[in-house]
Design a protein around this ligand. Sequence first.
Ligand SMILES: [Fe+2]
Ligand SMILES: [Fe+2]
Length: 162
Amino acid sequence: MQEMMERVNRIWRHPEYQSCLEKIRVCEKERIFCRHTPEHFLDVARITCLLAYEEDLPADRETVYAAALLHDIGRHLQYQQGIPHEQASARIAEGILQDCGFTAEKSEEILSLILSHRTRSDRKDLKGLFYRADKLSRNCFACPARERCDWPEEKKNRNIIC
Ligand SMILES: [Fe+2]
Ligand SMILES: [Fe+2]
């Protein structure tokens, strides 16, 4: 577990990761809708693990935490260049994962979670859980901009749910 989380922490400390985080922070300074912050990333990781536990599905923690930390890391490129951020994030993540010592097999699994995180899925597998966790992490009920948000009504978390 220690070594696993060491690789995840290497992602956090990676200079390119930190540089992208800063670019996202600047792009989202005036944003009234959901931001893409470390809090969001860790919420996605923890909710995915909770859902997996509840649904008795296998979820490798390292894969989940790495994918959660990286899934929106190319968000600034969507704001600046119109590149869909799941693609931009996967592109950035590939090099970071390699630098942080992830095996090719594990990187592939993480990249596929990143690439599919915006594709609606109710499937009972890790991709489905990850998609749902990303949505569940948003506290729409407490958001002053919820009426202007372009999320379809059925996606919004209008109440606290467990
Ligand atoms: Fe996203
Ligand atoms: Fe997200």
